[in-house]
Write a protein that binds this ligand. Structure first.
Ligand code: HEM
Length: 124
């Protein structure tokens, strides 16, 4: 059975999506400030992890890892639901721009914006 990863074009598709998603997030005034001072190595790790997850390459994130990765952003920089939604929106817009079908986009969105993820990222 082909995975979402395959349907999105395998590693070439993911590479393209990573670049486009990155450009979009870093030019989005609603959220780009969260990445100020984040070193590029971590930024790339974040992106890869995020999109691997979004594309079904990882069945889930360790909730503790997600909580810890964002804890400071929540406590000290006010990371909240609106920012979470903005990131999800940028991912969807990226996939739309790439010509991904709405059915696949719906699948991706359901995975990424799952309530458990929101709770973990937002430390709720
Ligand atoms: C489903 C949603 C999300 C997932 C799956 C996710 C995933 C991750 C992961 C796995 C890391 C750790 C990377 C590592 O340590 O190697 C991370 C870090 C980070 N995330 Fe997210 N993230 C999500 C939402 C967000 C949102 C909404 C924002 C801000 C608008 C954000 C901003 C960041 C930043 C700035 C870091 C780096 C923190 C640091 O270096 O101290 N993330 N994310």
């Amino acid at each position: 059975m082909s995975t979402l990863f395959d349907k999105l074009g395998g590693s070439a598709g993911v590479e393209l999506a990573v670049d486009k998603f990155y450009d979009r997030v870093l030019s989005d005034d609603r959220i780009k400030h969260f990445f100020d001072g984040v070193d590029m190595k971590r930024q790339r790790a974040h992106q890869r992890a995020f999109l691997t997850y979004a594309f079904g390459g990882a069945s889930h994130y360790n909730g503790r890892h997600l909580r810890e990765a964002h804890q400071q952003l929540v406590k000290e920089r006010g990371l909240s639901r609106e920012h979470f939604n903005a990131v999800a929106e940028d991912l969807i817009a990226t996939l739309q721009e790439m010509g991904v079908s709405q059915d696949l986009i719906d699948e991706v969105a359901a995975v990424v914006a799952a309530p458990q993820n929101q709770q973990d990222v937002l430390n709720q």
